[in-house]
Design a protein around this ligand. Structure first.
Ligand code: ATP
Ligand code: MG
Length: 308
């Protein structure tokens, strides 16, 4: 695994009687990490602690190995952040605001940097309008530009693509990927839009009621939660379905667009039996593969039961 850059141990935070974080043990390595969980599960609270804006009641949180409360100034110097709800100076133009932030970060070529960022996030045309005239999606774009100023080591984005139209979302996701590839910027992205994460993340953190429901490399999680469904293409699907239905290793069989799907309870036995059936029935086997779970399946299996 890559170097861990965000780490929390038994993190606890209460607001009066509300326990927002209840022993959170979270790790995010270098790379692009998705942070998902239901409304009120504790994502924004966690981010507030990582930024040194909220003091935890117990436990420990580090970013870049530095303590989030003691060393928050140093941490914030090295990261960019896009808050869930941002307050901007409404009378400033987007460009003027970003130039201001760039100067605070000590960026050397302020005008070029800001112009390039505005173009990348799709705000080039609106850059001279006052921010108070920006739409909800335009404000999100401005927030992303702000978070990326100064090529931070880590950008923490709280709901970056909410309110952004589908094509705009793709542009922003491309920008995130490009920042990761070209500048080695890591991302921690809290979102409800799982399809966005599927496109860019290599790590997923699932929080539920202030605790980690599961976390890990997307590929490993996908395998872990994959529904053990196999997709088979054969020359005579109907004949194949009739034979597979009799196998004890198979819970359910169905046909879709000439492909046969088998929900399997014993993959080892199933994989042994398939060649035998194919030979016995003199079928031609065109393809045979295990389908992997989607992020939605992982999410539903980790926090789903409590949803109802
Ligand atoms: N300042 C606060 N005062 C009181 N309660 C708070 C405060 N901030 C958060 N909470 C409570 O803590 C819990 C976690 O909230 P948090 O905002 O961290 O959730 P979230 O995962 O970001 O949710 P969402 O997906 O809706 O953004 C909720 O029950 C919320 O009501
Ligand atoms: Mg939130």
């Amino acid at each position: 695994m890559n170097t861990i850059i965000v780490n929390t141990t038994n993190l606890v935070k209460s607001f009066g009687k509300v326990v927002a974080l209840n022993g959170l043990n979270m790790q995010a390595p270098k790379g692009i990490s998705g942070f998902v969980g239901k409304n009120g599960s504790g994502k924004t609270t966690t981010i507030g602690i990582l930024l040194g804006l909220i003091k935890p009641n117990g436990g420990n949180a580090t970013v870049f190995g530095l303590d989030c409360w003691q060393d928050s100034f140093e941490i914030r110097r090295r990261l960019g952040v896009m808050h869930e709800i941002n307050a901007y100076p409404g009378s400033f133009s987007g460009r003027r605001f970003l130039e201001h932030v760039a100067k605070l970060y000590g960026v050397s070529q302020v005008n070029q940097t800001v112009d390039a960022l505005l173009k990348d996030v799709g705000l080039a045309e609106a850059k001279d309008k006052p921010i108070k005239a920006y739409s909800a999606g335009m404000l999100k774009r401005l927030g992303l530009a702000q978070a990326l100023i100064g090529n931070p080591e880590l950008a923490i984005l709280d709901e970056p693509t909410a309110n952004i139209d589908p094509l705009g979302r793709l542009t922003l996701l491309d920008k995130i990927k490009e920042m990761h590839n070209n500048h080695d910027t890591s991302f921690l992205i809290a979102t409800h839009i799982l399809s966005d994460l599927e496109k860019i993340c290599n790590w997923l953190i699932i929080i539920d009621s202030g605790k980690i429901a599961d976390q890990g490399n997307i590929h490993n999680l996908t395998e872990k939660y994959s529904a053990s469904i196999y997709k088979v293409e054969v020359s005579n699907p109907q004949l194949f379905v009739a034979a597979v239905q009799k196998l004890g290793a198979v819970d359910r069989v169905w046909e879709e667009n000439d492909k046969v799907f088998c929900k399997v309870n014993n993959p080892e036995v199933f994989c042994e039996q398939i060649p035998k059936i194919v030979i016995e029935l003199k079928l031609q086997l065109k393809s045979f593969q295990q389908t992997l779970g989607t992020l939605e399946e992982i999410y539903t299996q980790t926090v789903g039961e409590k949803r109802r």
